[in-house]
Design a protein around this ligand. Structure first.
Ligand code: SF4
Length: 290
């Protein structure tokens, strides 16, 4: 195993050196900026995040500016990224950093996961990408890589994968390693159709022989998915979008714009938005939180 670990490490880092993506958040070690990028990347693709990342940082260049901003402005600036609650969490995290850590970002897992919207993975990402700490990370790209290369095609617990990860990168720059796995997982070791033919790790990958013969990886199954336009998330986004352009909106007139859903569902969506803190609901009007 030691030899395999060494070879895989060397090959992957060599691959990364040649093919790494030039992403704006790789030019900084500012924990605030890294956190902004990580929260944006949680559910949005890199290409869509890049322009929004620049615009957001122009509007809120420091953690203090974000903490003191009007929440409505933060939600407005989130337009186009989806999952608007992330904007709220990000601002709440900024407030906690300012109020409880005197504006200085914490650098431990224990403290980072106390920030709103920051889970285990995001905390590790900030530790690794801002503070260059030697911590393994486990997002879908990392998980897929460790599983396939070291275990084959089977389910492995995150606990075991983290142990493997610790072993694997104990002798390399954790920053490069973690970034390399992000790029490798998004461009080569893809979920459904991994590009094993051009993969530098092919001969050491436990999953490779099985992938060669498995039908699962050959055909793209057509998923029976629900149309986005039929989901509550779609209507939530639409309502917040309307509010981005208005000071306040009459609930009654807003409802008439959504004649394709019944009033019970509309009211439930509005109530949930209010409960999540994304809107303020009065008796007649709704608006973004100020
Ligand atoms: S050989 Fe295929 S499955 Fe294995 S690491 Fe490379 S791309 Fe992923």
């Amino acid at each position: 195993m030691d030899d395999v670990i060494r070879v895989v490490r060397r090959r992957l880092l060599r691959w990364y050196k040649k093919y790494q993506r030039d992403l704006p958040w790789r030019h900084t070690r500012d924990p605030y900026t890294i956190l902004v990028s990580e929260i944006m990347l949680q559910q949005t693709q890199v290409e869509r995040v890049i322009p929004k990342y620049h615009a957001f940082l122009r509007a809120f260049p420091t953690v203090k500016v974000l903490a003191n901003a009007k929440t409505a402005d933060v939600i407005r600036m989130w337009k186009g990224l989806g999952y608007n609650r992330r904007a709220l969490f990000l601002q709440r995290a900024a407030k906690v950093v300012c109020d409880e850590f005197s504006g200085v970002f914490p650098d431990t897992l224990k403290e980072l996961i106390t920030l709103p919207g920051v889970g285990d993975y995001t905390a590790r990402a900030v530790m690794s990408f801002a503070f260059e700490k030697k911590v393994p990370m486990m997002d879908t790209n990392h998980r897929r890589f460790y599983t396939r290369v070291y275990y084959g095609i089977k389910d492995v617990s995150d606990k075991d994968l983290l142990i493997t990860a610790e072993e694997v990168f104990s002798k390399c720059r954790a920053y490069d390693w973690n970034q390399a796995l992000m790029d490798f997982g998004s461009t080569i070791c893809l979920t459904r159709v991994p590009k094993c033919g051009i993969c530098p790790l092919q001969e050491h990958c436990k999953a490779y022989p099985k992938i060669l013969t498995s039908k699962v990886f050959k055909k793209k199954k057509k998923k029976q998915s629900v149309r986005f336009k039929d989901t509550d998330r779609y209507y939530r986004g639409q309502i917040v979008d309307i509010l981005r352009g208005e000071k306040r909106v009459l609930i009654h007139s807003l409802q008439s714009r959504f004649s394709d859903i019944d009033s019970i569902r509309f009211n439930e969506i509005v109530l949930k938005l209010a409960k999540d803190g994304l809107i303020i609901k009065g008796r007649k009007y709704i608006k973004l939180p100020q």
